[in-house]
Design a protein around this ligand. Structure first.
Ligand code: NAP
Length: 259
C-alpha cells in the first residue's frame, strides 16, 4: 500500500533502537526524510547511516536528551519544520508506590508527558498553518490497564493521554491528526530490562521470566519493533485522515478488555 507520504519531513525521538527505530525505519521505507534523535552519539549516527542507506531518504541524527529543554532545542534546530512527529523517550524505572519522591515524579513527567507536549507545541502550529500533519505519541498499554510496579509510567502517560484527548480535537480541522500508540510487550532492550526485573524478583532464569510474560499474551509472542513501526507509519499516512485522538493498543491481546 502506498502511504502517500513520500517527500514529507518527520522527527522520530528516541530512535536509535527499539520502538522508535522501528517507527523511523517504517517511515523511511515510505519515503519520509527524517531527523532522528537519541542520547548516545555513536548509536544515533550509525542508525541514521543504516536507515538512509537502506531506504534512500535523508536522515539527520541529533545526539541529545529529548527530556531536557536544551536537548529539544538542538533537535528542533536541526529539524526546522516537520510534517510528522513521533514522540518517544525511555520509560521510568519500576518500583514501589511508597518510595517515589516528588523528584521521581517530575523526572517521569518530564520524560513521558511534558517533553511530548513541548514538541507538539513547537511543531503542530506549523502543521496547522500548512494544513497537514501527523503526530504519534508512543505511550504504553499501562494507559488502559495499570502495571503496578510502573506507577511512575502509569501516572505520567495518563497525563499525556488526557492532554492529547483534548488538543487532538482542536487541531483536527486543520488537517493535523494526533494519536497515541500503546505498546504491550515488545522484544526490545526495555523488555529485556523488565524480564530481568522479574527474573531477579522471583529468583528464576531470564528464559523462565520471558516464558512467564509470554504466556500472558494471547498472540503467543512478544511484538517486534517492525510490527510497531508499520502501525505508526500507517497512522502517519494519508489513509489515517479520519483517525483522531485515538489510543491504539498493540499488545497481542494481552490487555483483557471488551472495548
Ligand atoms: P529501548 O529499546 O530501551 O530504546 C530506547 C531508545 O530511546 C534508545 O534509542 C535510547 O537511546 C533512546 N532514549 C532513551 N531515553 C532517551 C532520552 N531521554 N532522550 C533521547 N533518547 C532517549 O526502549 P523501547 O522498548 O523502544 O521503549 C520505547 C518506549 O516505549 C519507552 O518509553 C518504554 O517505556 C515504552 N514501552 C515499551 C514497551 C516494550 O515492551 N518494549 C512496552 C510498553 C511501553 P539512548 O539510550 O542512547 O538515548
Amino acid at each position: 500500500m502506498d502511504l502517500g507520504i513520500r517527500g514529507k519531513r518527520g522527527l522520530v525521538c528516541a530512535a536509535s533502537k527499539g520502538l522508535g527505530r522501528g517507527c523511523a525505519e517504517a517511515l523511511a521505507a515510505a519515503g519520509v526524510d527524517l531527523v532522528i534523535n537519541s542520547r548516545t552519539e555513536a548509536d544515533i549516527v550509525r542508525t541514521a547511516e543504516e536507515i538512509a542507506a537502506r531506504h534512500g531518504v535523508a536522515v539527520t541524527p541529533v545526539a541529545a536528551d529529548i527530556t531536557t529543554e536544551a536537548g529539544r532545542a538542538a533537535v528542533l534546530d536541526a529539524l526546522g519544520q516537520a510534517d510528522i512527529l513521533v514522540t518517544n523517550a525511555g520509560g521510568p524505572p519500576p518500583g514501589n508506590w511508597q518510595d517515589w519522591s516528588r523528584d521521581d515524579f517530575i523526572r517521569a513527567l518530564d520524560a513521558n508527558m511534558l517533553s511530548a507536549v513541548a514538541l507538539m507545541q513547537a511543531l503542530v502550529p506549523g502543521m496547522m498553518e500548512r494544513g497537514w500533519g501527523r503526530v504519534v505519541n508512543i505511550t504504553s498499554q499501562s494507559v488502559r490497564a495499570p502495571i503496578p510496579v510502573l506507577g511512575l509510567s502509569n501516572s505520567a502517560r495518563a497525563g499525556l493521554t488526557g492532554f492529547v484527548a483534548g488538543m487532538s480535537r482542536q487541531v483536527a480541522r486543520h488537517g493535523v491528526n494526533v494519536n497515541n500508540l500503546l505498546p504491550g510487550i515488545h522484544a526490545t532492550d526495555r523488555a529485556d530490562g523488565l524480564d530481568r526485573g522479574v527474573s531477579q524478583a522471583q529468583g528464576i532464569s531470564m528464559d523462565e521470566a520471558r516464558a512467564q510474560r509470554k504466556a500472558t499474551i494471547p498472540a503467543g509472542a512478544y511484538g517486534t519493533a517492525e510490527d510497531f513501526g508499520a502501525t505508526c507509519a500507517f497512522l502517519c499516512s494519508q489513509h489515517a485522515r479520519f483517525i483522531v485522538g485515538q489510543n491504539i493498543l498493540l499488545d497481542g491481546g494481552a490487555t483483557n478488555l471488551t472495548i
